[in-house]
Design a protein around this ligand. Structure first.
Ligand code: SF4
Length: 279
């Protein structure tokens, strides 16, 4: 077991893209710790689905949240203790099906949290139903004649919603993905990383992605360029699409006040309660 590992047995299918995401997350968290962030101050949450098992395999404190609510969970964590670095691992079905409003509002508020979407275009844990990012025509137990809907583009959606850091990675490019996760966690404000995650059992996209994935050079200079790149279908660029500075939610909410630093001691609370009871 490595430093950020756990004793849990990994039950993902051999070859699943989730392995690369786990290893990239370990590298990114290790880099963050080396830069001085205390491990106990890095907190994670996950949603429900194959991606959610990362909660059992990555040695960080946190909450294995409920379906679609990991983005809400990390926002609450950050508001409760702004000194923490918080990261949510979410699935495409999980966060765009069950939890789309939480994701959009986290971006809109510029909550100082990181969201990593394991985008495999399928509900893998429940044996392969279509999700909001499944390709049109995708045949599955819930779309036996093929999906008749166009897929959502998570990057475009996050750019429109107001995310101040938007990136994409691919587990086969492990070091690049680790760099994306590290940069996202370092960013002050809402950071979003879409990971193109092949599901070998129900939506094996390795061949397609190996052909289409292309590493971006510099971060695009304008929002318009970022949108154009995010919308590309002929190629699948990976890298940072957009990075901007904007006031973050908890600082707008609290100003200089910090709910942890300002917390009353046990003795002070007892004294106040006694004062109320005796008045
Ligand atoms: Fe990975 Fe798909 Fe297997 Fe789930 S079903 S562990 S996403 S390969």
């Amino acid at each position: 077991m490595d430093d950020l590992g756990t004793p849990a047995q990994i039950t993902w299918c051999p070859g699943c893209g989730n392995f690369g995401i786990l290893n990239a997350a370990k590298k990114a968290v290790t880099a963050l710790i080396q830069k001085g962030v205390k491990r106990e101050n890095i907190v994670m949450a996950s949603g429900i689905g194959c991606h959610g098992k990362i909660y059992d395999y990555l040695g960080l404190s946190g909450i294995h949240s409920i379906h679609g609510r990991a983005a809400a969970t990390v926002q609450g964590t950050k508001i409760a203790n702004p000194d923490l670095k918080v990261i949510a691992f979410v699935g495409d079905g999980d966060s765009l099906g069950e939890g789309i409003s939480h994701l959009i509002f986290a971006a809109k508020r510029n909550a100082d949290v990181t969201v990593v979407m394991h985008d495999n275009g399928v509900y893998g844990l429940t044996t392969g139903q279509f999700t909001p990012t499944s390709e049109k025509g995708f045949k599955s137990p819930s779309t036996p004649r093929g999906s008749i809907e166009d897929p959502l583009n998570p990057l475009v959606m996050m750019l429109v919603a107001g995310a101040t850091f938007v990136a994409r990675g691919y587990p086969v490019k492990l070091d690049h993905l680790a760099e994306m996760l590290f940069r996202a966690m370092e960013h002050k404000g809402f950071s979003f990383v879409e990971v193109l995650q092949p599901c070998v059992s129900f939506n094996n996209t390795y061949e397609k992605y190996n052909k289409l994935v292309e590493i971006l050079g510099d971060v695009p200079g304008t929002y318009g360029e970022a949108m154009a790149l995010a919308g590309r279908k002929d190629r699948l660029p990976i890298g940072i699409f957009y990075e901007a500075e904007k006031p973050v939610f908890h600082e707008e909410l609290y100003g200089e006040w910090n709910p942890v630093a300002a917390r009353l001691s046990r003795e002070e609370r007892i004294k106040r309660v006694e004062g109320i009871l005796s008045s």
